[in-house]
Structure formats: C-alpha cells, structure tokens
Design a protein around this ligand. Sequence first.
Ligand code: GCO
Length: 482
Amino acid sequence: MTSIQHDQETGTLRFPEGFVWGAATAAYQIEGAVAEDGRTPSIWDTFSHTPGKVLDGDTGDVAVDHYHRFRSDVALMAELGLTAYRFSIAWPRITPHVTADAIGPVNEAGLAFYSALVDELLAAGISPTATLYHWDLPQALEDAGGWTNRATADRFGEYAGIVAAALGDRVGVFTTLNEPFCSAYLGYACGVHAPGRTDDAAALAAVHHLNLAHGRAVAAVRAAAPAARVSLTLNLGWINPATDSAPDVDAARRIDGLQNRVFLDPVLNGRYPEDVLADTSAVTDWSFVRPGDLEVISAPIDVLGLNYYSPTHVRHWTRERPRESPTGLDDGSPRPWIAADDVEFPTQHGPRTEMGWTIDPRGLTELLLRLAAEHPGLDLMVTENGAAFADVPEPDGSVHDPERVAYLRDHLAAVHEAISRGAPVTGYYVWSLLDNFEWAYGYSKRFGIVAVDYATQQRTPKDSAHFYAATVRANAVEPAPG
Ligand code: GCO
C-alpha cells in the first residue's frame, strides 16, 4: 500500500487518499436561539441559568448565534476546504414535548433547521456527520429521572428514528452519543455538568441507560436510514500507572474500567467488565441491566469515534499523605471516579493547555492502536482533538496562536503514526470550528480555530485555521518551519 507516506527528506506526513478532514461543534455550544422554532429547555438551559454552576453566569442563550448564521458558517468551512463537518442535533428542537411516557409530536421547524444546514453543507461539498446527543437532554425527561430512568433510553431511540428518517437520505454518518462518560459521571456523580446531580448509584444507572440508548438508536437509525453509517463517540483515556507496582497498576485498571471498558465492552463485546461490577458492588447491584439489554447495546456499529485531548496519569493513594490531584478532571473539583477513592492523579510536568491539561500526543497514537488491536475490522475516526489557549487578538482581530498550531501538528503526526502502524483511521475532526460555550467554563476558554468576538459575533480565522486549511489542501502535514 502506498496510501500513507512519510517523506524522510522533507518530513512531510502524507495521509491516505480520501482521508476525511473535518471540524466539530455541538448544538448547545454554538446555536443560541434557545427559545426559537418551538425548542423547549434542555438540562443545559436549566443548569447554566442556575447561579454558581457556570463560570461568570454564562449561558448558551446566544452562544455564537450559529442558528442564524449557519449559512455564513458553512461558507467559512468551505473557505477552509473542510471535507466534513460534525455537528450535533438539539433533541429539544425535534421533540419539544417529549415525556418519559411518550415522544410527543415532531417539531417540523426544528427538523427544518437541520435539514437546511445539511443541504447547505452538501452544496458546499462538505459531508455532514450528525451527533444525536451532545448532552442537551430535554428538561422534561430529567424531571422524570433523566438518564437514571430507563424510559429515557426508549424515548432516545424514537427520537433517533425521527431524525434518521428526515436526514438519513443526506447524512452519511450518524453518531448516537458523544462522550457518555461526561453525561453519566460529570452529570450525575460529581455534578459539574448538567443536571448537576451527585449520586454515584444514579451515575452508574446513567451509564447503563446511555449504553442502552445507544443500542436503541443504532436499531432505529438502521431501520430508518439503511444507507447511513452508525457510530459512537467516546472520550477514552490513555491511562498510565506511575510505577509498575501492583497498587499503581490496579489504580490504572480501575480508571480504565470506569472510563473505557464500561462503555467499550458492552457495545463491542456484549458484556460489562466483571471487575467494574465487582469494584462498584457496594454502590449498586446493577439490577438495572435487564435480560436482553446487552444484545441491544452490542448491535454492530460501523465506526468508533475517539475524542482525545490529554493523557491520564494515575497512582495508588494511601491516606498517609495528602492527595495530589491537580490535573485534568481531578483538578480539585469534585471527583467523577466512583468507588476509586484510593486513586490519585499525580501532577505532570511539561506543557499544558489553558484548561490545565497536560499535552502528550502519544496517547492519541496509543489509543488508536489499542482500539485497532482489540477490535479489528472497526473503522476509527478522531471525532475531537484540539486545545484551548489564551488567545490575544491583534487590533485587526487576527489571532496568532502558535501553541494551538503546534498542538494540532503534533497530534496529527500522532494520528499519522497510528495509521502507519496499521490503525484504520478514516478521518479527523478538529475541536472546534469556532470559539464557543465551553460548558462549566462558559466563554472563558477558547478552543476554536476560528476566533469569535462575542460582542459582534465577528468570525476571524486564527493562524491555526490557516495551518489546518493548508493541511487539508495538501492532505498532508508539513513539518514546523525552522
Ligand atoms: C466533549 C466535548 C466538547 C468540549 C471539548 C473541550 O465532547 O468533551 O465534546 O463539547 O467542548 O471536549 O472540553
């Protein structure tokens, strides 16, 4: 095969023919227009309007006004030469009157928005990848228990079928869920995301009902849009024990179970990991897993999406010393790690992003290789990768963001490395197209390759956007100059 090359002389990394180059966004982070077209509140509207939940009281009410600016945003994508765009669909726009018992009437105006977006993308030669759930659960479902209630999974399957029937003639890839880890643990265990609950047993029920929702959606999309490809996006951890001592290795196993295997195993192998069931047995008996569920959950998918930002370093914690935990999700904020009190996340030295996240592209290579080895035959996509930095715009609005350029270059090299070692990676989506509402951090963290002036909604491509456009054009990453 000559499809992938590393030109030793120039250092150019050439990607396979047909490699998909995209950018990703999510509905609540960019759309705004939260009360338009019949949309009803989601858990993120409620959460962001609850004082103290989101930094500076920021909300997604306006966000970057993409709902009204989608045509010019698509034109921007076309200028950058993107071949694909990954966006999410706001469930409360599609079935705004859903309850735990019934999906309720379809909101044609909501569907029309996404239909117009898809048409605009196709006219610009950009393939749409639609995520069905990027965290904006209809509030009415949360009021009935949210993801702790099995009925939410049933309603999600119905909603997925409605979307697939409307868009499946034009959307090539449907992703059921984005990062169920965050929905379950950040939403229900440590409460830093909507709905802000702090109940470990509820979080594990949410894990299962999200997995079940994924399975129900796979079936619904297959039935309504047989030509579409179906995927799931997970934020998997590249988990490194501090030493090879048995307690540190066991700490890594625990986190791997909670973050990775509790999603991968049921979906791809049709079972829950025994060790996770045992580790969490004091929290729940897992009786919410009913006969037949695992068959539904393990229906074949076509593509697995991986979101990767940062590595995870773990160590066994003994009560004799204070817990050292300033990194990543364990940055002193409430812990999402259930039944893992004796695990700590030691500080790493070296470069970090503005989120405080350690930069280490090796994790991206290693995770892709792990997935390729454990699940041969499954296509892989990097559905998110990117970085927040404290951008300082020039007087003319342009942004020089050499750190983001370096981050993207190094992570693309890591993807290239995985491909050259046999991982079937078919595409890469940078997070994110635009600066946007970064969940609990509000507008304080900028992940976009395109800057947004939130006062004027003016969009200005950063240097990283120009770098990415050149990469897409060449289907290759050029080495850093100098
Ligand atoms: C995610 C998210 C994005 C975040 C990004 C940066 O799926 O975690 O999809 O919504 O904005 O990861 O934290």
